[in-house]
Design a protein around this ligand. Structure first.
Ligand code: 5AD
Ligand code: SF4
Length: 438
């Protein structure tokens, strides 16, 4: 028997940071409707699974989660949100009859109404894709941690042949300048010291006046109380001169750039419809480094794209050596229904993908450790974000997005000056020098 009138909720987000943002907004919506977030360990009356469709494993996870929820003594009301909801729609309750609500990423402002419909036992599906209308319908931002996400752009027109995003998130749309700046101010008023501007193609953000992302960055730079600005994820083709210059000129813009390349082979890049070459990508990074010499570079890689030869994979390894990434994400190619690459010939055997991924990750891990080790001895500002494992310890982020733990009497949300003392592959240890801001 399901709870007919949910009073408590839990939102579980998977996938990208855009989903984290959407998950926070759904929580704010439900709270505005009088529901409260279930306490840690408490079984909520309503569970929102905010799903990701980017790779098969991510997409399948929702079904095992639903199965687990249905085994509870009191099964919750279950809402499937996010990109699986968009891609699979009415298929979901056919495959998992326990699902009460299906709501796509452009329709979640209707979640409260869908909950009411489901409570009445009605069909509660909404996968309409009206661009941006959700933003006008969401409640004000609430207090949260020192680092906040802010979605400025959604969707994608690039149609990389492996990718579901153009289908799940729709065409590229940019939120208006004023709405973004207002939301940024609300986040700062609620305690944010750092804002990460989000978009599937964030550096493709444009407004009606032809302004690009750098104009938003400059506007955020002027907000008192905001200390740090970041943005993710970017496409090489939208890395404009103006944005590169912002890395030299805007003090609050952090020295970090996530710029996916996917492969180091021009033949594979072409088959992926990436519309840049290995060489043109490297030229962009040269210009970025000329603007900001200490920039930490990050990227995404796919191994085992259909037809990828050993020599083409080695070109990816060469790319890794040429760039020296501070951090990176790497994946085995996963065929996605409806994408052109899914029906290409020469799909790569799983064991070949496993072996290539291992070699790639070993190389990336080596570079990440080297980058962290090269930071040892530096002084840096640290934004304290969460408690560490030991009492008296906090974990903060360096300008280069490294996690640094240290003993401190400062508080979460403080920016402190530290010296970086030692480095491992995933984090560093630091010592506090002095408080730079309260
Ligand atoms: N298979 C594997 N990885 C993928 N990505 C996107 N689509 C796929 C796919 N079908 C990766 C890309 C992208 C990141 C978000 O996920 O590297 O940049
Ligand atoms: Fe996953 Fe892409 Fe959807 Fe983000 S936008 S949740 S990465 S499918």
């Amino acid at each position: 028997m399901k709870s007919p009138d949910p009073r408590t909720f839990e939102v579980k987000s998977f996938g990208c940071q855009m989903n984290v943002y959407d998950g926070e907004r759904m929580a704010e919506l439900l709270e505005a409707e009088g529901l409260s977030a279930a306490a840690e360990g408490e079984e909520a009356d309503l569970v929102v699974l905010n799903t990701c469709h980017i790779r098969e494993r991510a997409a399948e996870k929702v079904y095992s989660d639903i199965g687990r929820l249905m085994k509870r003594d009191q099964a919750p009301m279950i809402a499937v949100a996010g990109c699986v909801a968009q891609a699979e729609g009415a298929e979901i309750p056919r495959r998992a009859p326990g699902v009460d609500i299906v709501v796509g990423p452009q329709a979640y402002h209707n979640l409260p109404e869908l909950v009411r419909q489901a409570a009445r036992g009605e069909r509660a599906f909404d996968t309409a894709m009206p661009p941006l209308s959700k933003f006008g319908a969401l409640p004000a931002r609430r207090k949260q941690g020192p680092s906040a996400f802010l979605t400025v752009q959604e969707g994608c027109d690039k149609f990389c042949t492996y990718c579901v995003v153009p289908y799940t998130r729709g065409a590229e749309v940019s939120r208006p300048f004023g709405a973004i700046v207002d939301e940024a101010k609300a986040l700062v008023d609620a305690g944010a010291r750092e804002i990460t501007l989000l978009g599937q193609n964030v550096n493709g953000w444009r407004d009606g006046d032809g302004r690009g992302l750098e104009a938003l960055i400059v506007a955020l730079d002027a907000i008192p109380g905001l200390a740090r600005i970041r943005y993710t994820t970017s496409h090489p083709n939208d890395m404009t001169e103006g944005l590169i210059r912002a890395h030299a000129e805007v003090e609050k813009l952090m020295p970090y750039l996530h710029l996916p390349v996917q492969s180091g082979s021009d033949r594979v890049l072409k088959a992926m419809n990436r519309s840049h070459s290995a060489e043109s990508y490297l030229r962009i990074l040269e210009r970025v480094r000329a603007a900001r010499s200490d920039i930490a570079l990050s990227g995404d890689f796919i191994v085992g794209f259909p037809g990828e030869t050993e020599a083409e994979f080695e070109a990816t390894l060469n790319m890794v050596e040429a760039v020296g990434y501070a951090q990176a994400f790497s994946f085995k190619y996963s065929p996605r229904p409806g994408t052109p690459a899914a029906t290409m010939e020469d799909q790569i055997a799983p064991e070949v993908m496993d072996e290539r991924l291992q070699r790639l990750q070993a190389a990336l891990g080596r570079h990440q450790l080297a980058f962290n080790q090269a930071s040892v001895g530096k002084r840096a500002a640290l934004l304290l974000e969460r408690p560490g494992r030991k009492p008296g310890q906090l974990i903060g982020k360096s300008p280069w997005l490294q996690s640094v733990h240290l003993e401190t009497d400062a508080a979460i949300g403080d920016l402190i000056e530290v010296e970086l003392l030692s480095a491992g592959p995933n984090s560093l240890a630091g010592a506090q020098l002095m408080k730079v801001a309260a």
